[in-house]
Design a protein around this ligand. Structure first.
Ligand SMILES: CC(C)(COP(=O)([O-])OP(=O)([O-])OC[C@H]1O[C@@H](n2cnc3c(N)ncnc32)[C@H](O)[C@@H]1OP(=O)([O-])[O-])[C@@H](O)C(=O)NCCC(=O)NCCSC(=O)C[C@@](C)(O)CC(=O)[O-]
Length: 302
């Protein structure tokens, strides 16, 4: 398999990145972040989630954020919907895409969405059917595909099982997530191979947290397998509130730096992306987690 010449990055910073922040991030700041990300050339942005505000208070302003975005033609805006209640609320905000989110580990499914894997699929099925009937594209996020904070290692068979269930209810694309960033390249390869039993390579993406500094290595092995779609989070923000000990997602700036260095097109302006990362890091009052972002920012300002 030759390495793809072009990669699509899905920016998950406004959702995955900010959902775990303890300090309230006002809707206006989230909206400004989305505007900066789209100005940097991101064509797909995961904006927010329509989940219970008791479970994830930071996403309670979902409708306000969606309503405040000055939508750019050619940019797709996605939101997470765990159930019909969330989907019906999301529909009013006219997302281009919705994301149902399940887990390859039973314990994580219980902790994150309060139901078993089988129950989650029963809940997702009518959401997927309603979304597709409304012409909305459906992605499925598959958490804990290599490791779980509660169960430890997760086997490729569990990943294949979940991917098969997602396929059976009409999910169009799945993201192979290393929720707690414990994956190493060969483990990630096996999780992706298990997913490819059910989904075409063009319908599979990688979603890597960088807890152990493995996210770029895991991205690289996926590229070598022909995967060309990845989630990433500006400034390396992120972490799931129900995944203890996990740090942020791989930083979009670092992925872009690596891809451009390999001659792979992304359509992203790295300078503008670094500014977007600096904007949100300044708001949060801490340095960026993007290593290439930080190095290039310092170089530019020295
Ligand atoms: C799924 C539930 C709702 C089940 O939670 P539950 O408590 O079992 O739900 P319920 O149906 O029994 O309802 C309880 C209350 O929540 C309300 N409710 C019910 N649904 C909704 C909704 N959609 N929006 C707003 N409110 C809702 C419902 O109306 C009721 O309100 P009350 O009567 O108590 O006032 C809950 O567990 C939940 O919201 N979980 C979300 C957790 C979450 O967002 N986690 C982070 C996203 S996943 C992630 O980050 C991983 C990913 C995708 O990035 C990939 C990776 O790295 O692994």
């Amino acid at each position: 398999m030759t390495i793809p010449s072009r990669v699509k990055l899905v920016e998950v910073g406004p959702r995955d990145g900010l959902q775990n922040e303890k300090q309230t991030v006002p809707a206006a700041v989230k909206i400004e972040l989305v505007h900066r990300l789209q100005a940097a050339g991101l064509k797909e942005i995961e904006v927010t989630s329509f989940v219970s505000p008791k479970w994830v208070p930071q996403m309670a302003d979902n409708a306000e954020v969606m309503a405040g975005i000055n939508r750019q033609p050619g940019v797709r805006y996605s939101v997470l919907t765990p159930n019909l209640k969330g989907f019906e609320a999301a529909l009013l905000s006219k997302p281009d895409e919705i994301v149902v989110f399940g887990a390859a580990s039973e314990a994580f499914s219980q902790k994150n969405i309060n139901c078993s894997i089988a129950e989650s699929i029963e809940r997702f099925a009518p959401v997927v059917a309603a979304a597709r009937a409304a012409g909305i594209y459906v992605r499925g996020a598959m958490s804990c595909t290599v490791g779980c904070p509660y169960e430890g290692d997760v086997s490729p068979e569990r990943v294949s099982y979940l991917a098969g269930l997602m396929k059976s209810i009409g999910v169009q694309h799945v993201g192979v997530a290393d929720t707690i960033g414990v994956g190493t390249p060969l483990k990630v390869q096996r999780a992706v191979e298990a997913t490819l039993k059910h989904f075409d390579i063009n319908d599979v993406s990688g979603h890597f947290h960088d807890t152990y500094g493995m996210a770029l290595a895991n991205t690289l092995i996926c590229l070598q397998m022909g995967v060309w779609q990845f989630d990433a989070s500006v400034a390396g923000l992120g972490g799931c509130p129900y995944a203890k000990g996990a740090t942020g997602n791989v930083a979009t700036e670092d992925v872009v730096y690596m891809l451009h260095g390999m001659g792979i097109e992304t359509g992203i302006d790295l300078d503008k992306l670094i500014d977007a990362g600096q904007f949100i890091s300044d708001f949060l009052g801490r340095p960026t987690n993007a290593r290439a972002g930080k190095a290039l920012f310092n170089k530019r300002n020295s």
